[in-house]
Design a binder for this molecule. Structure first.
Ligand code: ADP
Ligand code: MG
Length: 587
């Protein structure tokens, strides 16, 4: 994806200020009013009803795919669950429409959460496959469990609530639900959960390390998506009084997905546009139906052209035209770094820590003890196991054997986000930022670390202040609202450091922070590291720059072929004959 496209994704989510909200509310009221009062013929009414109920399900996809980046090819199945709950509930079971609607949503939510929980660890193509299987199974049940679902004949005579017995008042009700759901989905992007979803979408590894419970976030996104599918389907059943299995087939799931992608998956506005278009285009092309195949060919071509020339969908394209960056807010108080001082002399201890990849012993029985308040360097030739050690420390890899304790607490088995909550912060050798977000949003996610006492209870304002202070600390506060991809490589490094600092970690792990920087950038990085160290924060740093290491670090551990070959006070270690030969041998 190009930088410009990424820059846009956040723009589509941008307009959530008071004016945007007022405009949205006004638009919603007008739409509900028109739906209730305009005189529609039966044909138009059906199209509007379909569009309104479909759009609710597509909003679900804008959560799971747009915000969280997970594919769901079973939205029609969830739509069907809701539709059959209302269909069978109001006819065979003689229950109230509202109870059936709620039941359908609950069943979809549960099915979505279960499907998510059982498969999201797979991710990617596997997830797509599993959702397709789920879709197929549900279709088979609808068709074949004739005693329960009425089979291919479908369910007819579905009841509408007496309050909205008239078709047009029911349409107005559906438009109202659509407006409320759209508003919630729109606002979601700016909540803690929404930020977590976007972080997972942009960079799953970095999200975990920044404190996001990746697995739970994905499952939640999936459950919300499924629930909205169920809601849309339940309303659909009430609207058409008849449902049958072919309305909820795999092909319909693909239509839902296309609707989301066509309009622009990053925003519910895009979802609404896409839904409307995909319902209308076939109607517009109706006159072609006399020539078999032509209609589908033109329809397919139109969709391909739109998606090809507007990779972020129609709304993504429009939003980019209107994107104006907000000026950066002024930073308040300077950054406070007050890590926990509980525990003993050592912040971090590893005990014969090993990580093997098959036969390769990348880390082989390494002991490291990082003293509180010190700068500790981890050095060694390329491939000696430094990054692997950091990955085992931060939980990206599980240790093959050995133990890691942070502040006296055994964290060997914890997932990344819980280690972060326990006080671990880190940066990556190959920068891992959330690329569709602004610098400020990136750092806010760091500041949001569970257990960061400095912002807890302070709400969004405290988070923003904390994040701004961290950006100010690295000298980038004035560009807080720029998308991270517009920053130079060196500045992206600084944003990553700010993200880690905003979390107020007890121990900061830095993996080759100077790699790829030019000499000016290196100099200011050195100065920055000195300021961090002066605050008393404990740092474990990997670097190749011996001047940096010998100046900054009081203690050095040297790895070679995964083994610790030297450890101790800096000057002594650097003169150690094994170290000298490891480095000369590696050259
Ligand atoms: P360093 O950071 O010291 O340059 P690394 O920790 O990245 O070294 O790598 C140590 C060794 O482990 C290398 O031989 C590398 O190829 C290997 N390695 C690292 N990650 C993996 C992985 N995920 N799978 C297999 N081998 C790996
Ligand atoms: Mg490395």
């Amino acid at each position: 994806m190009s930088g410009a496209n990424e820059a846009k994704s956040s723009a589509t989510g941008a307009r959530r200020g008071p004016i945007g909200q007022a405009a949205y509310a006004a638009l919603a009221v007008v739409a509900i009013f028109l739906a209730a009062t305009l005189k529609f013929d039966g044909y138009t009414l059906n199209i509007l009803m379909q569009a309104a109920t479909y759009a609710i399900a597509v909003f679900g996809l804008s959560v799971v795919l747009g915000l969280c980046g997970q594919i769901n090819l079973a939205q029609a199945a969830f739509f069907g669950l809701g539709a059959y709950a209302v269909g069978l509930g109001t006819t065979d079971a003689h229950m109230s429409f509202w109870i059936c609607l709620a039941l359908g949503m609950a069943v979809s939510l549960l099915a979505g959460a279960l499907l998510g929980a059982s498969t999201l660890r797979l991710g990617g193509h596997y997830l797509a496959m599993v959702t397709i299987s789920f879709q197929q199974i549900l279709t088979l049940v609808m068709i074949n469990a004739i005693g329960f679902t009425h089979g291919p004949d479908g369910v007819s005579g579905i009841q509408r609530p007496s309050l909205f017995a008239h078709q047009q008042s029911y349409l107005a009700f559906c438009v109202g639900v659509l407006a409320v759901v759209g508003w919630l989905v729109w606002r979601l992007a700016d909540t803690r959960l929404g930020r977590a979803m976007r972080a997972v979408r942009d960079n799953e590894l970095a999200a975990g390390v920044a404190g996001v419970d990746v697995y739970r976030t994905k499952a939640t996104a999936f459950a919300i998506c499924a629930m909205l599918g169920g809601l849309g389907g339940g309303l659909f059943a009430g609207g058409f009084a008849y449902v049958s299995p072919d309305q909820f087939s795999f092909a319909e799931s693909v239509v839902f997905l296309t609707m989301a992608l066509l309009g622009g998956v990053a925003s519910p506005i895009g979802s609404a546009i896409g839904t409307g278009l995909l319902i209308l285009i076939p109607e517009w092309l109706r006159f072609l139906k006399s020539v078999p195949g032509l209609y589908l060919a033109i329809y397919g071509l139109a969709v391909i052209l739109i998606v090809a020339f507007m990779p972020d969908g129609i709304w993504g394209f429009i939003a980019k035209l209107f994107n104006r960056e907000k000026p950066a807010p002024a930073p308040g108080a300077p950054l406070k770094l007050s890590p926990s001082d509980a525990g003993g002399v050592n912040v971090l201890e590893t005990d014969v820590l090993s990580k093997h990849f098959g036969g390769l012993k990348a880390v082989d029985g390494v002991d490291i003890a990082v003293r509180r308040g010190s700068v500790h360097a981890l050095i060694g030739p390329n491939g000696s196991g430094k990054t692997t050690t950091l990955n085992v420390l931060s939980g990206l890899y599980t240790a093959t054997s050995g133990r890691v304790t942070l502040d006296g607490r055994d964290i060997t088995k914890l997932p990344p986000h819980r280690r972060t909550a326990a006080g671990l912060g880190r940066t990556f050798q190959n920068i891992r930022l959330f690329r569709s977000m602004t610098a400020l949003e990136n750092v806010v996610i760091g500041a949001e670390r569970p257990g960061n006492a400095l912002v807890e209870g302070g709400g969004r304002a405290a988070l923003d202040q904390r994040a701004l202070a961290a950006l100010d600390f690295v000298g980038l506060a004035s560009r807080a609202n720029e998308v991270v991809t517009s920053f130079s490589y060196g500045h992206q490094r600084l944003i990553e450091i700010a993200r880690a600092l905003a979390a107020n970690p007890t121990l900061l792990l830095l993996d080759e922070p100077a790699a790829g920087l030019n000499s000016t950038e290196k100099k200011s990085l050195h100065e920055l590291l000195e300021r961090i160290a002066a605050s008393g924060l404990t740092i474990l740093i990997i670097d190749h720059d011996m001047t940096l290491v010998s100046n900054a670090a009081s203690h050095i551990t040297v790895l070679n072929f995964g083994k610790r070959i030297a450890d101790g006070e800096s000057m002594a270690v650097l003169r150690h004959p094994d170290v000298v030969s490891a480095y000369l041998g590696a050259e």
